[in-house]
Ligand binder design. Structure first.
Ligand code: NAP
Length: 327
């Protein structure tokens, strides 16, 4: 006799969340504050490394409300506690897959499937690397993208920072607390960084600038021993240093959404407007019921305060959309 076991997985109505938030930077946690205060009991997948880019920074001086500035991780801790105070459930797990093809939407994390009426994507953006083989090989052995995390290891050493934006200036300034010499290597003549950050870097005696130059290789066997730099005239120069810090921007974290949501040519999530006038939903993605907020869709601003603002807007729209759906 052949015994056939058919296992049928049923999604029980009570198990369906109103909203799952993916991401726990300023956008995700602001949304969690709004949605928990609206009594919608959001479930937040914060990720194993929760908190987003501010966890990798030190002084935050431009987030309104903190006259003397605040440390990035401390600010994110406050965001999180504020969301938890109103009942947001926050799990430090990475989402490994999503299925937005049918409702309820499915989100997989920690080997378990979760179901939700709506999803808010706020996965942010992560470090961009030069993509050089030796750069990748020596990550953690002198190559880093986080001065606040690793500057301590470069006491009395020489380092370079690659990039010409605010991040490069900030990383260089942090490194001067430990290193003897910090050289910012930038591929152009003009900086992208704001004037105030450029001025701070230029005023620091330990910081030197190498312009119109590109890092084309990282030198060293077990640890960084130098960089090979291509000069404007095409010649190359080897510079002896102990550390290389990358500050060349970020890439949106959208790998798990590739077949599910419309992405632009740089892989940022495309934000859609659905409906018209004051009732329009402006934080929707290509899939109705899936919303987006923060750096994962924001090519231009990438500020903690703009991410928080987007989180607020998306949360208010999720709330209105759920009301509409239940009518
Ligand atoms: P960014 O403004 O995009 O600057 C990236 C820099 O890296 C640019 O100078 C760019 O050169 C260079 N770059 C990019 N790809 C490169 C490559 N393959 N090889 C060599 N160089 C490369 O990025 P960011 O500095 O991370 O700043 C992102 C956002 O965060 C900005 O809005 C910034 O204002 C903000 N932010 C603010 C603060 C602060 O206020 N304290 C601190 C950090 C970041 P080109 O200029 O030639 O394109």
């Amino acid at each position: 006799m052949i015994l056939l076991t058919i296992s049928v997985k049923l999604v029980v109505m009570e198990d369906i969340k109103n909203v799952v938030i993916i991401g726990s930077g300023p956008a995700g946690l602001t949304a969690a504050i709004y949605l928990s205060r609206a009594d919608l009991k959001p479930l937040v997948f914060a990720g194993v490394s929760w908190g987003g880019q501010l966890m990798l920074t030190t002084d935050v001086e431009n987030y309104p409300g903190f006259v003397e500035g605040i440390q990035g991780p401390e600010l994110m801790d406050k965001f999180r506690k504020q969301a938890e105070r109103f009942g947001a459930e926050i799990l430090n797990e990475n989402v490994t897959a999503v299925d937005f093809s049918k409702k309820p939407f499915k989100v997989t994390a920690g080997g378990k499937d979760y179901f939700a009426k709506s999803v808010l994507v706020a996965t942010g953006a992560e470090t961009k690397w030069l993509g050089l083989p030796n750069e990748q090989r020596l990550i953690g052995h002198g190559v880093s993208s986080c001065a606040p995390c690793d500057a301590f290891f470069f006491r009395d050493k020489k380092v370079v920072v690659v990039g010409g934006g605010d991040s490069a200036m900030e990383e260089a300034l942090v490194l001067t607390k430990f290193a003897t010499e910090v050289t910012i290597i930038h591929r152009r003549e003009e900086f992208r960084a704001s004037k105030i950050m450029q001025d701070k870097a230029k005023a620091n005696e330990k910081i030197k600038f190498l312009l119109n130059s590109e890092v084309v290789d990282v030198l060293g066997k077990d640890n960084v021993e130098g960089v090979k730099v291509k000069n404007k005239d095409g010649s190359t120069t080897d510079i002896a240093v102990d550390g290389v810090f990358l500050a060349i921007g970020h890439l949106p974290v959208t790998g798990i959404f590739k077949d599910q949501l419309e992405l632009d040519e740089k892989d940022y999530i495309v934000r859609k407007t659905v409906g018209e006038g004051s009732q329009a939903f402006k934080m929707m993605t290509s899939k109705e019921g899936v919303f987006v907020a923060g750096d994962v869709h924001d090519v231009s601003y990438k500020q903690a305060v703009t991410a928080a603002g987007y989180g607020c807007r998306a949360a208010l729209e999720v709330e209105r959309w759920l009301e509409m759906e239940s009518d």
